[in-house]
Ligand binder design. Sequence first.
Ligand SMILES: [Zn+2]
Length: 207
Amino acid sequence: MGKIIEYVKATWFGFITLPVLLVIIQFFVRELYLMQYGIIITLYKGHPIAINYIVRWLLLIDKEALQGSNLAAVIITWILGWIFVSDWVRDKKAIASGIFLTYIAYILYLSLYHGYPVTLYFPESFYQLIASLIFATVATQLSTKRRRIGFFERLEKVGIKVPEKYKVSINVPTKCPACGAILYSNPYYCWKCGEAIEDKLATVGGS
Ligand SMILES: [Zn+2]
């Protein structure tokens, strides 16, 4: 069951992340004036960008998306996007399936929802698929080895020190160690007998 959720999570995150990321990349290329180095992404043409147009780029079925910097931007979007997703979903198989399912979901979105006739070209329409499969597999391999940084560690990195006793997690409901009353939180005092129990509750390990 938990497995299925990972697959759904990977596909959903990928589906949402890629269009957003492509727009962000296009924005930065523009803001950094990279056109002076010959890097021009022609996704934005002065009017709002339709989602189905972005998706056509992501699938590399739009001829324009296959040109120069546009093609590079789409491939980088897929690679970066799936590296991000593989940091959230640390399951190699879920990520690999997520890449395929997202690709298929985009095709279905265009053909069923927009009635757009999708024609895939080989190998052009598969560059991004292959590139992201390779990079995401390597990224998941690396990220499963790397320890996940906890919430409190993140806080400490930005200089917020949380007292140790607040990091302790307690399984609730639990019982008062003095009188046995059921406790639904980790209070200072037992609601029934008034015993100071804060430091005596059974813990389930730190953060
Ligand atoms: Zn008590």
